[in-house]
Ligand binder design. Structure first.
Ligand code: IPE
Ligand code: IPE
Ligand code: MG
Length: 240
């Protein structure tokens, strides 16, 4: 009972943003603090993602985009990249659980750069959850905002769209997020104050919320606090 009273005081559920995006950062430092290998941090981060996605579904967020692996993360030692890929495999094999929770799972990013068996698992997970009517959860894997724009421009050229017909809408309808609105709120834990190539087109008017908490330590209360702060912001979109 006390739990629910506290929750209610912390967050007015009627005022949640439509689309929240999270840069799930700080796994490596979380592990280091515990004298564990960085890979243990990624496992803990994956667990945390499931918890936060479920919570977003519960409080009525419509869209959640999480940054799981960037186009730049291939620079890391092969051993770490391999372990992250194995965590994806395990997660995707297990993702049928999301279907039973009415969460739709989709992926954004360049699949052509991903191991073939993982692409198959990603396609299956999308297919299995396509009829879910709750949270629409988009996981950014092998995603880079600049790479996304390069692909969009290539597609626009391929389609032979005339120069004078190109508008902002043309770009918005050729990027990975074409089917859903821009994020109102972008959350980055881990004490870094940057986008690291995440949703660079979509974040033009997003509100940002930063925290020093490392992603595996992030809690539903942190998310409530981010939403509460977001609700106090005055979004002007260039107006007055
Ligand atoms: C985020 O955590 C996960 C990925 C980028 C795959 P990090 O691995 O970047 O953790 P830190 O920033 O080194 O602590
Ligand atoms: C951004 O984190 C990518 C993900 C969280 C997946 P990084 O750890 O890669 O970002 P930088 O290198 O600190 O900018
Ligand atoms: Mg990092």
């Amino acid at each position: 009972m006390a739990f629910f009273r506290k929750k209610k005081a912390l967050l007015n559920y009627t005022a949640v943003p439509t689309h929240i995006a999270i840069i799930m950062d700080g796994n490596g430092r979380w592990a280091k603090k515990r004298s564990l290998p960085r890979t243990a941090g990624h496992a803990a981060g994956s667990k945390k993602f499931k918890e936060i996605a479920r919570y977003c579904n519960k409080i009525g967020i419509k869209y959640l985009t999480v940054y799981a692996f960037s186009t730049e993360n291939w620079k890391r030692p092969k051993e770490e990249v391999d372990t992250i890929m194995n965590i994806f495999r395990d997660y995707l094999k297990d993702s049928a659980n999301f279907k039973s929770e009415n969460i739709m799972l989709k992926f954004i990013g360049d699949r052509s750069g991903m191991p073939e068996d993982i692409v198959k698992l990603m396609n299956n997970a999308e297919y299995d959850s396509k009829d879910a009517t709750g949270l629409k959860c988009y996981m950014a894997i092998n995603y880079g905002g600049r790479d996304e724009l390069v692909h969009a421009v290539r597609d626009i050229v391929k389609e032979g769209i005339r120069e004078t017909d190109i508008t902002e809408e043309t770009i918005s309808s050729h990027i990975y997020t074409k089917d859903y609105p821009d994020p109102e709120l972008i959350i980055r834990p881990s004490g870094e104050y940057r986008l690291s190539n995440f949703l660079i087109w979509q974040s033009a008017y997003s509100e940002f919320w930063f925290s020093n908490v490392l992603w595996p330590d992030f809690t539903t209360d942190d998310l409530d606090r981010a939403i509460e702060d977001y609700n106090k912001r005055n979004r002007r979109f260039g107006g007055i």
